[in-house]
Each structure stands twice: as structure tokens, then as C-alpha cells.
Write a protein that binds this ligand. Structure first.
Ligand code: CAA
Length: 262
């Protein structure tokens, strides 16, 4: 796939590899435009469909994961441009629809749409240089790619209101304390740590990984009893897989499992 705004690569040498996507508009701090989002959507879709890929990592540059939607492109929009064009969010739901785990490896700025993109990922690993924020209010608008909804779910109302209404940035340590990121690592270790997490997931059973992701996401969309009942159905369903036989037999016989992803 020819790309202008992202780099696409694979990593790892096991039977299941990691799809690596690097946002690559360095001069604009990886500001998100439709071209970038279309390429990202297509790359995620292709990795999701590729049997040889177990996990996907999205990263940016040392300075910025992404500094938000491209303000230059939006500056002259009127209502109809924004509404009909559905700028940068027109394939947002496709990202949400990826069934394999997606890890965001965030260094530098993750602002506006950049923070919202990171929050769409399943595991968010931050470099100690990371800075998160929803500064759209300073532009006379509000977050438009899920920030007002996902941020409070991740960090609670108090901190979400603080960030959305004052536009202040949160550093990596505060983001970890608040529960926005799962781990903070030294900036020069960021990609290695994210790829190691991906490798660990690649070695597991694909069906159980996808169902686990599905169930955790369900927690944000359903009541507790509906979610627990959904989880139980999938837990029981996994007993129909070869990987459950393999995983439990390997444990009982004190050997390493060799999952077939079936
Ligand atoms: N869109 C377009 N260009 C951007 C950009 C953005 N979101 N963020 C940075 N850039 C560009 C700058 O215009 C600048 O370009 P030039 O060199 O051509 O002037 C280049 O990237 C470097 O930026 P700065 O010189 O500003 O770098 P800095 O280190 O001084 O500041 C920053 C970095 C604090 C991130 C600052 O660039 C900034 O505040 N950016 C805007 C952040 C923002 O408001 N994001 C929200 C966008 S709206 C949105 O995302 C809506 C949504 O929810 C969907």
C-alpha cells in the first residue's frame, strides 16, 4: 500500500507478527487530516484481516503522537463543510471496529484528535515525555472525536472537565495516576516496550485475545449484568476452541502452549 502520511511495517519473527503503523507528518506534529485518517483506516483494516498479524502498534514521533486535527485545513470550514465532510472522523468507527488489540505508543504531544485517537486504542503506553490534552476549547470548538465521552470514562468527570474546560495538558505521570495510560516508560524505550507487549499478545490464543478485547469494550456499552452475562457466553464459547484444549493441557503437563488460533 502506497502511503503519504503514515509508515507501515511489521515486526517480530514468530508465527504471528506485529503490525506497526507510524504517523508521519513530522512538520505538522502529525496533525490528523483526512488523507492520514484514510490511510490509517486502510492499514488497520488490512492488518486486522491478515492472519499472520496478532497485534497492532500505532506510534508517532519523539515530539508528537499527534497534535490533533489539522487546524489549517479546518480553519475555513463552515457548518456544512464540517457536517458533510465529517472531517477526520468519517472512518473513526472503523478504527473502533478493529478486532485485534491495538496498542498506542505515545511520546510527546497527544492533543485533541491525537488524544482521542490514543484513547481509541486498547492499551496506551506512554513515554515519560508524553503530554495529553483536549485543547479544542481554545479554538472556539469542543472535542469532536470522542474526547468528551472517552476521557471521563478513563479519568473520571473531575479531571475530564478540568482538561476539556481549561485546555491544560496532563503529563505522563499524571495521566498514569489518573488511569488514562497503562504504563509510563523512558522515552528511548517506548517502541521496544510497546513491541514487547505486542509480542506477548501475539504468543497467546487469537480467539481468546479478540474475545477478551470485545468483553472489556462491552463494559463501556452495557449494564453490569448484561456485560457479565455477555462475558459468560464468550467464556463458555472458548471451550469450543482448540486453543482452550491446548492451553489447559499445556498447563497440566507443565509445558509451553503452542496455540493454533482456532
Ligand atoms: N494542526 C495543524 N498544524 C499543527 C497542529 C495542528 N493541530 N499542531 C501543530 N501544528 C503545526 C504548527 O502550525 C507548526 O507549523 P509551522 O512550523 O508551519 O508553523 C508546527 O506544527 C510546529 O508547531 P509549533 O511551532 O506550534 O510547535 P510548539 O512546540 O511551539 O507547540 C503544540 C506544540 C503545543 C502542540 C502547538 O503546536 C499546538 O498547540 N498545536 C495545536 C494543538 C490543538 O489545538 N489541537 C486540537 C486540534 S482540534 C481537534 O483535534 C478537533 C477534534 O477533536 C477532532
Amino acid at each position: 500500500m502506497d502511503t503519504q502520511y503514515i509508515l507501515i511495517d511489521t515486526r517480530g519473527d514468530g508465527p504471528r507478527r506485529t503490525g506497526l503503523i507510524t504517523l508521519n507528518r513530522p512538520k505538522q506534529l502529525n496533525a490528523l487530516n483526512d488523507g492520514l485518517m484514510d490511510e490509517l483506516g486502510a492499514a488497520l483494516k488490512a492488518f486486522d484481516a491478515d492472519e499472520a498479524i496478532g497485534c497492532i502498534v500505532i506510534t508517532g514521533s519523539e515530539k508528537a503522537f499527534a497534535a490533533g486535527a489539522d487546524i489549517g485545513a479546518m480553519a475555513q470550514f463552515n457548518y456544512m463543510d464540517a457536517y458533510k465532510g465529517d472531517y477526520i472522523t468519517r472512518n473513526w468507527e472503523q478504527i473502533r471496529g478493529v478486532r485485534k488489540p491495538v496498542i498506542a505508543a505515545v511520546a510527546g504531544f497527544a492533543l485533541g484528535g491525537g488524544c482521542e485517537l490514543a484513547m481509541m486504542c486498547d492499551i496506551l503506553i506512554a513515554a515519560d515525555s508524553a503530554k495529553f490534552g483536549q485543547p479544542e476549547i481554545k479554538l472556539g470548538v469542543i472535542p469532536g472525536a470522542g474526547g468528551t465521552q472517552r476521557l471521563p470514562r478513563a479519568v473520571g468527570k473531575a479531571k475530564a472537565m478540568d482538561l476539556v474546560l481549561t485546555a491544560r495538558m496532563m503529563d505522563a505521570a499524571e495521566a498514569e495516576r489518573a488511569g488514562l495510560v497503562s504504563r509510563v516508560v523512558p522515552a528511548d524505550r517506548l517502541l521496544d516496550e510497546a513491541l514487547a507487549a505486542a509480542e506477548a499478545i501475539n504468543a497467546l490464543s487469537g480467539p481468546s485475545v479478540m474475545m477478551a478485547k470485545d468483553c472489556v469494550n462491552r463494559a463501556f456499552e452495557s449494564s453490569l449484568s448484561d456485560g457479565v452475562s455477555y462475558e459468560r457466553r464468550l467464556f463458555h464459547a472458548l471451550f469450543a476452541t482448540e486453543d482452550q484444549k491446548e492451553g489447559m493441557d499445556a498447563f497440566v503437563n507443565k509445558r509451553k502452549p503452542a496455540f493454533k488460533h482456532r
